[in-house]
Structures are given as structure tokens and as C-alpha cells.
Design a protein around this ligand. Structure first.
Ligand code: BTN
Length: 328
């Protein structure tokens, strides 16, 4: 369901007269009033004054495009926010839009997902109006092998956005999970379409648990997944968070395009929670050892019995702590 036209016209908070709204939207003033009444019933605070018209004072906790855009600045020339109340997966919708020509910087957000996708074929818990479900269309002029590095860069952007909320201590768990207090707070799923040697587009899917409560997570994730609200005790303005995150994503992606992952590596390492830890890797090549860091391509460097090995893909768990750091 898309936003009512009157709401879109009132976003930004300026006064709009009934006549102006009616003219702009091609409806009667009575229809404007009806839409205002419906919005109020949904929790929007709309002031009405004779001679001035209407203005939006406060919105319920919604991922309003105008608010997101205000906090994002102008991250991409083609930047646009597509908002849905419910969607199966924002990654699916963003990929459809990309196939139909949506430019780089098209951002899809939803209040809820019915089939949110996680890494390794898992699902992503997506309760309504609690968290952020974001998918961004990118068109990097690069080979398909670059896509995983974009996801690493995005993990860094998520850590920055969390720090901007005043929540310290977020860590990256290679390749691109973000943890707070040892539990997963965000995950990233980059999906791509490519022809031979060139990426056609990447859909960068980012899920961040913002205002979810423990009870909002499925039973099997309790204690292993967390949210900013659970960790800090403070509710997050989801639209502001989303806007700021898009600003960080644009900046880190720009650095990546100019200098490769090598340009972001020192910052990534600063927040990399696995450094110096003993881990086991499964999924790709099975390996175990002590994490030395990541290299300029974003591969995990593991010191094992046979020396230093580069891990390109796989799932990492702390040795002797099976399940402690899961993929939520
Ligand atoms: C992971 O398993 O860690 C990755 C989770 C990615 C979830 C996000 S939510 C927004 C976007 N849409 C999806 O269906 N998945 C990603």
C-alpha cells in the first residue's frame, strides 16, 4: 500500500491550504478533509487552522520518505525512497525495480516483510514497524567478484550509523554481521545480477534491529539477536536512522569505488570483533585458527596449523562457543 497523497503533500511540515491540496491532488476539499481524518485515526497529528489549512506536526513511527531524505542529504544523484507497508522482501522488490531500470540510489524500505531473506538461505525476522528493512540498488562499474566487498563496506556504514545513535561498542563479525554486546543487531545480504564480466546491478539488503523487543524475535533467536532498544534502553527514530545510514553508505561506497576495499580496510579492522579470536569456519573451505584480520580484498586471514590461509567465504563461529554468534 502506498502513502495517501495528502500525507505526501504534508510531509516536511509546512502549512498547505485545503484549496492548494485539492488543486494539487485533483480531488475535492471534502476529499482532502476525509484523508486528513483517516490519517489522524492512524496516529498522525495534523493541525488545522482557518485561513492557513493543514500542517503535519507529528507522525507515528513510520519510515517516511521525506524524513529519510532529509537526514540522508543527497547520497546519489538518482536517490529516491520507495516505501511499502508490507512486502515479501525489500530485496525482491528492489531487484524488480532494478530490472525495470531503477537508477543507482533507489532505496526500498518497508515497515514489515513477510518473507525477509537472510544469508545462506535463512529467513530474516521482520516484525512490523520495529526495525529497518532496507534494500538499495547499486550499479558499480565493476566485476561480479566485487559484490562481497560492497557488503563489507556496508557493515562499516551500519556500525557508524549505530554509533551516531550514541550506542557504542558495535562490532563487525566477518564478513558483514554487526553485533552489539555479542548478539546480532544487523545483517547484510548483497544479491546481484551480472553479465559475463560486468555487474548489471547489486541489491544491497540491510536489516537492522532497532526497536524490536526480545519477544518480537522468534524463540530460536532469543538471546542471540538484539536491538538498539534492548541494548541502550532508548527508542530509535527509525526514519532518521535510515537517512543517516544512507548517508554513511554513500560515503563508504564512494571511498570503495575510488580506492577499493583497501581504502576502507583500516576502519573495518578497527571495528572487527574477530581479530585475535580463535574461530572455526564452515560452509566454504573448512578451517580453524586464530584471526589475524582481513586483507585488501576483504578475505579473512586465519593462522592455522598449516600457516596463514585466506578465507573468501563461509560461516565463522568462535571456537568452543558453538552457536554463540549465529546468523540470525
Ligand atoms: C543475514 O542473514 O545476516 C542477512 C540479513 C539481511 C536482511 C535484510 S532486511 C532487508 C533486506 N530484504 C531482505 O529480504 N533481506 C535483507
Amino acid at each position: 500500500m502506498s502513502r495517501p497523497a495528502v500525507l505526501a503533500a504534508l510531509e516536511g511540515g509546512a502549512w498547505r491550504s485545503g484549496a492548494e491540496l485539492a488543486g494539487r491532488l485533483g480531488i475535492t476539499r471534502a476529499a482532502v478533509w476525509k484523508q486528513v481524518a483517516r490519517l489522524r485515526a492512524q496516529g498522525y497529528e495534523i493541525e488545522a487552522a482557518p485561513g492557513r489549512g493543514y500542517r503535519l506536526l507529528a507522525s507515528p513511527d513510520r519510515l517516511l520518505p521525506a524524513v529519510i531524505e532529509r537526514h540522508a542529504g543527497r547520497p546519489w544523484p538518482g536517490f529516491r525512497v520507495v516505501h511499502r507497508e508490507v512486502v515479501d522482501s525489500t530485496n525482491r522488490l528492489a531487484a524488480d525495480l532494478a530490472r525495470r531500470g531503477a537508477p543507482e540510489g533507489t532505496a526500498v524500505v518497508a515497515e514489515a516483510q513477510t518473507a525477509g531473506r537472510g544469508r545462506l538461505g535463512r529467513s530474516w525476522a521482520s516484525p512490523r514497524a520495529r526495525n529497518l528493512y532496507l534494500s538499495l540498488v547499486l550499479r558499480p562499474p565493476l566485476a561480479p567478484s566485487a559484490a562481497p566487498q560492497i557488503a563489507l563496506a556496508a557493515a562499516l556504514s551500519v556500525v557508524r550509523a549505530i554509533a551516531a545513535e550514541g550506542a557504542g561498542g558495535a562490532e563487525i563479525k566477518w564478513p558483514n554481521d554487526v553485533l552489539l554486546g555479542g548478539a546480532k543487531v544487523a545483517g547484510i545480504l548483497a544479491e546481484l545480477e551480472a553479465e559475463a564480466e560486468r555487474l548489471r546491478f547489486v541489491v544491497l539488503g540491510v536489516g537492522v534491529n532497532l526497536n524490536a523487543r526480545e519477544a518480537d524475535f522468534p524463540a530460536e533467536l532469543r538471546g542471540r539477536a538484539t536491538s538498539l532498544l534492548e541494548t541502550t534502553g532508548r527508542r530509535v527514530d527509525r526514519a532518521r536512522f535510515t537517512g543517516r545510514l544512507l548517508g554513511f553508505l554513500a560515503r563508504d561506497y564512494g571511498v570503495f569505488l575510488r580506492g577499493g576495499f583497501a581504502a576502507l580496510r583500516p576502519e573495518y579492522e578497527r571495528f572487527h570483533g574477530l581479530r585475535g579470536r580463535r574461530v572455526e569456519v564452515r560452509g566454504g573451505v573448512a578451517a580453524a585458527g586464530k584471526v589475524r584480520g582481513v586483507d585488501d580484498d576483504g578475505a579473512l586471514l586465519l593462522e592455522g596449523p598449516a600457516g596463514l590461509v585466506r578465507i573468501l567465504a563461509g560461516e565463522v563461529t568462535l571456537s568452543g562457543a558453538a552457536g554463540a554468534w549465529p546468523c540470525a
